[in-house]
Design a protein around this ligand. Structure first.
Ligand code: HMG
Ligand code: MG
Length: 314
């Protein structure tokens, strides 16, 4: 039997190349009940780089009491540097919520950071212990200092498609918040569907609202969680609107400890199968990725939620 792989039928209206921003070691592992040993995390990052992922978000310099799963951030970054991965050809961004987080990240020698804010008041309070406006006051100096130090700065905006406490989130509110982050100097804005409720029409409408306000798809990334199984369809909607960066998590791990209705991210394997079938280049070796997620599932002692991993794992 030949290796199962999708038959390629190219859609010329879609981009030729998509960048997959791998968030498994960060968004995936921040939500695991068990703390994964630091040497396993380091091997995970190494394996993902070896599988061809062009960006691997490695960890978070958040408060260790808020996210104990990633309390070993500095040690992990040290190990990645010792392994020759940092600095390296593949960016390994880390999350920094505030100046204290940036200080720790700079001391560790990172080159790419990501700040994260909420489009809604409820989640800003729960995730950052700050009000809607206070969260900008917290990240403004972080972004200024990070840019001054020559770092690449990504900004995440959460709850762009719905909020478990507030319900519907108006597109105008998301566009205003996102543009404020770009005005503060973010190199890229990742629009988060934190609880996985987005639908195809909504994705198109939000991207159209950004375009109308003067923000084109080249500055945007899409970050889908897959709670309702819509993430792949939403990805196609994003590509049709010109977006070429999509966040995904190896094996479909993930969630946010401060939004309990959040489940796993879009699985990187499911995304690669979709893109391979459409003839959209990613540079990712699907077989190596599946092997990595199966290996990690062994460490987590539970099967991967990814359909493609389950279909392809030996
Ligand atoms: P706070 O309690 O308000 O902190 O938490 P504070 O500013 O009042 O400081 C209190 C103490 O904590 C101080 O120590 C600080 O130095 C220390 P003291 O002076 O009392 O000895 N401290 C820190 N220590 C280490 N590292 C730090 C740090 N900051 C302060 N960075 C804070 C505010 C932002 C720190 C907290 O709310 C936090 O860490 N939140 C992070 C929550 C989180 O990580 N959530 C998951 C990531 S977001 C996500 O998953 C969504 C995303 O995937 C996109 C999507 O899906 O939508 C990105
Ligand atoms: Mg997320």
């Amino acid at each position: 039997m030949t290796d199962p792989r999708p038959q390629v039928v190219r859609d010329p209206t879609l981009p030729e190349w998509v960048t997959i921003w791998e968030v498994g070691p960060r968004d995936g592992l921040q939500n695991e009940a068990a703390v994964v040993p630091v040497e396993v995390k380091a091997e995970l990052v190494q394996r993902l780089v070896a599988a061809g992922l062009p960006v691997v978000e490695a960890t978070s310099f958040v408060h260790p009491k808020w996210v104990p799963q990633l309390a070993d951030a500095a040690e992990l970054v040290d190990r990645l540097a010792a392994a020759g991965l940092l600095p390296g050809d593949v960016p390994l961004p880390v999350l920094v919520p505030n100046e204290r987080g940036l200080d720790r990240a700079l001391a560790a020698g990172v080159t790419h950071v990501a700040v994260f804010l909420s489009a809604t008041e409820s989640f800003a309070r729960r995730n950052l212990n700050r009000g809607l406006d206070e969260q900008y006051a917290m990240v403004e100096p972080v972004m200024a200092r990070a840019r001054g130090a020559g770092l690449h700065v990504r900004a995440y905006l959460s709850m762009c498609f719905g909020d478990p406490w507030e319900g519907e989130v108006p597109a105008g509110q998301v566009v205003d918040a996102g543009r404020r982050l770009l005005d503060l100097g973010a190199d890229q804005l990742s629009l988060g569907d934190t609880i996985g409720v987005a639908t195809v029409g909504q994705v198109g409408a939000l991207l159209a609202a950004f375009a109308e306000a003067g923000t084109g798809p080249e500055l945007l990334a899409l970050h889908f969680h897959d709670t309702y199984g819509q993430a792949l369809a939403n990805t196609v909607a994003g590509m049709r609107a010109g977006v070429t960066t999509f966040d995904a998590s190896a094996g479909g791990l993930g969630g946010c400890p401060y939004a309990h209705s959040a489940t796993g991210n879009l699985a990187t394997e499911d995304l690669v199968w979709l893109l391979d079938g459409l003839g959209v280049q990613t540079g990712v070796d699907l077989a190596a990725l599946v092997e990595t997620s199966s290996w990690l599932a062994g460490h987590l002692d539970r099967p991967s939620p990814s359909r493609v991993v389950r279909a392809l794992a030996g």
